[in-house]
Design a protein around this ligand. Structure first.
Ligand code: TPP
Ligand code: SF4
Length: 284
């Protein structure tokens, strides 16, 4: 039986107290609770502090370009649709540099879980504003305060009828584990935006700030099956910040469109090297 030790512990380069530690623990625990062995899992990351996460656990990993987690993750899922595929990245990676990709991944609906460490700042590059930074937040670059409207990832995803939309909080690991389990089990594209305090560069959205505001949707009897209600809830931000599953819907996934996958994994099919060489030659 798989245990958390199978995913191994590594020394990290994260700052002490960073919200990323809680997310790493929750991802490992969710995978163990679902009985997933490391060889059955692929984690694709981009660049950033969040993008380092796959370096700190043993499983299949791919660390690609900033903002470009979803194209290789989608390719890998098509090549081996039996893999459990997760992507991880920061809010800059997912919604800034990768903003185009997330929109089209939602439309395609591959069976992938996209995990976003949303610290509302560019952490690795030492604290510039990101797409989710609050209006007025001052940084070393935005010295007069952020004046671009923050992107609301949940509202965006729900407006595009994303098949699973949730928000977790790195300060409530038990709750986050449950959300991740549900997201990974969901058949379709699942966006899990996680409030992740960056203790070094975001002095506004701290653990204390969140602890005073975050509340659980499930404790209010919320049912995540209505798109309009979900959209309304996604706009709630300020004195009260909801966490949990906002919206869930069953719909056809990208893999359903490839009938050849019913015959088994593409990677298990016999390879015709002469045909591959012929194809490569067409690019020369
Ligand atoms: C295309 C591209 N643009 C910019 C950079 C420089 N860069 C590397 S990490 C980073 C910010 C990362 O912020 P975020 O994605 O929010 O992750 P965090 O470090 O906060 O976890 C930037 C701008 C890059 N590597 N590639
Ligand atoms: S800079 Fe921020 S996000 Fe990066 S490791 Fe430190 S606390 Fe975490």
């Amino acid at each position: 039986m798989v245990t958390i030790d199978d995913y191994l512990e590594f020394e990290t380069e994260w700052c002490p107290g960073c919200g990323n530690f809680g997310i790493l623990k929750a991802i490992k625990k969710a995978l163990v609770n679902l009985g997933k062995e490391p060889h059955e899992v692929l984690i694709v990351s981009g660049i950033g502090q969040a993008g380092k996460l796959p370096h700190y656990m043993k499983c299949n990993t791919f660390n690609g370009l900033h903002g470009r987690t979803l194209p290789p993750a989608t390719g890998a899922k098509i090549a081996n649709h039996e893999l459990t595929v997760l992507t991880v990245g920061g809010d800059g990676d997912a919604y800034g540099e990768g903003g185009n990709h997330i929109i089209h991944a939602i439309r395609r609906n591959p069976n992938i879980t996209a995990i976003v460490h949303d610290n509302q700042i560019y952490g690795l590059t030492k604290g510039q504003a990101s797409p989710t930074s609050e209006l007025g937040m001052k940084t070393k670059v935005q010295t007069h305060g952020v004046f671009n409207t923050p992107l609301n990832p949940l509202a965006l995803a729900i407006s595009l009828d994303c098949s699973f939309v949730a928000r977790g909080y790195a300060g409530n690991i038990e709750h986050l584990i449950g959300i991740l389990e549900e997201a990974i089990n969901h058949r379709g594209f699942a966006l899990v935006d996680i409030l992740q305090p960056c203790v070094s560069f975001n002095k506004l959205n701290t653990f204390k700030w969140y602890a005073e505001r975050v509340y659980r949707l499930d404790e209010e009897g919320y049912v995540p099956d209505d798109r309009i209600t979900a959209f309304e809830r996604s706009l709630e931000w300020g004195d009260k910040i909801p966490i949990g599953v906002f919206y869930k819907k069953e719909k056809p996934i990208l893999e359903d469109g490839f009938s050849i996958l019913k015959e088994g994994k593409l990677i298990s099919r016999p390879k015709d090297q002469a045909h591959i060489d012929e194809l490569i030659d067409t690019f020369m």
